[in-house]
Design a protein around this ligand. Structure first.
Ligand code: NCD
Length: 308
């Protein structure tokens, strides 16, 4: 059955659906180079409502809509320039916008906001990040990137490093990567920012191996996928706590020397200090290619969800 909304990575646990989306994203990339992108969103209006800052997610979604022949409305700063400022509920805002647009891509600081929006929306809602909850379209573009870069999604040692508590990208990526055989996870974080229990429970139920560590020095020679994350400043109650933890892990050229030769380094971006600029020239630095893949995966998702 076709999806109505995109709210959680849990909707993409079907490997057949994943394969279909990877193939579609690859097709979008090819047709984009060839200048023959399908105009499957022609006549459609997509609203992009971002109640939190964004560069890649919003602009890649907007570019995707335009490339597929649709039009975009919205505001890049809905927290300031929508009626939310006047006290309008999210539900009311969505009821109104869904009367104008054929689909709504939204980012919101509250976990569960996309589900609340979907409950009142007659048009598809795409979760572009809900607080510390999820970021399912990022997870799909991350999966697409791993497959493209390494040629496989199984038999991988994966290190998720940094803010695993508030980082919504790893919360969506973990359930998807854990579906594939013989993947082993290393969760590297300060004690205060550990991966929440509910995600570790998914692994325990499926007997997927994982380890929790406070530093990565001992594992660098066996990691295939390094997934760096930013310490999520905006989710900290205490500024001091953020300052204490913000630079806990840094990938630099000294780390690169010890890192497995045929590995890749991913980061949803933006980075702050966790990847030194000197790393960018290394062939293993895949994060800018990953961001570019975001365009193709989001084109694929919009085409799948709303295309004629
Ligand atoms: C991430 C997000 O918003 O969760 N950014 C993104 O969408 N690429 C990661 C982050 O902000 O740290």
């Amino acid at each position: 059955m076709k999806l109505k909304h995109i709210l959680s990575a849990d909707q993409f646990l079907d490997l057949g659906l994943q394969q279909e989306l990877f193939a579609l994203a690859a097709e979008m990339e090819k047709s984009n180079h060839g200048g023959k992108v399908p105009t499957s969103l022609a006549g459609k209006v997509i609203a992009c409502m971002f109640f939190e800052p964004s560069t890649r997610t919003r602009l890649s979604f907007e570019t995707s809509v335009l490339k597929l022949g649709g039009s975009v409305i919205g505001t890049e700063n809905a927290a300031i320039s929508s009626s939310a400022v006047k006290g309008e509920t999210l539900e009311d805002t969505i009821r109104i916008i869904s009367g104008y647009a054929d689909g709504i891509v939204m980012r919101h600081p509250e976990e569960g906001a996309a589900k609340r929006a979907a409950a009142v929306s007659p048009v598809p809602i795409v979760n572009a990040g809900d607080g510390k909850g999820e970021h399912p379209t990022q997870a799909l573009l991350d999966m697409f990137t791993v497959k493209k870069e390494l040629g496989r999604l199984d038999n991988l040692n994966i290190a998720m490093i940094g803010d695993l508590l508030y980082g919504r990208t790893v919360h969506s990526l973990l359930p998807l990567l854990s579906l594939y055989q013989k993947n082993k996870f290393y969760f590297v974080s300060p004690d205060k920012l550990r991966m929440p229990e509910k995600f570790k429970d998914i692994l325990k139920e499926k007997n997927v191996e994982f380890e929790e560590l406070e530093n990565f020095e001992g594992i660098l020679d066996k990691i295939d996928v390094v997934y760096m994350t930013r310490v999520q400043k905006e989710r900290f109650a205490s500024h001091e706590e953020y300052e204490r933890l913000k630079d806990c892990y840094v990938i630099n050229s000294a780390v690169l020397e010890k890192l497995k030769k045929d590995s890749i380094i991913l980061h949803p971006l933006p980075r702050v200090n966790e990847i030194a600029p000197e790393v960018d020239a290394d062939v293993r630095a895949a994060y800018f290619r990953q961001a570019r893949n975001g365009l193709f995966m989001r084109m694929a998702l919009l085409h799948y969800l709303l295309g004629k």
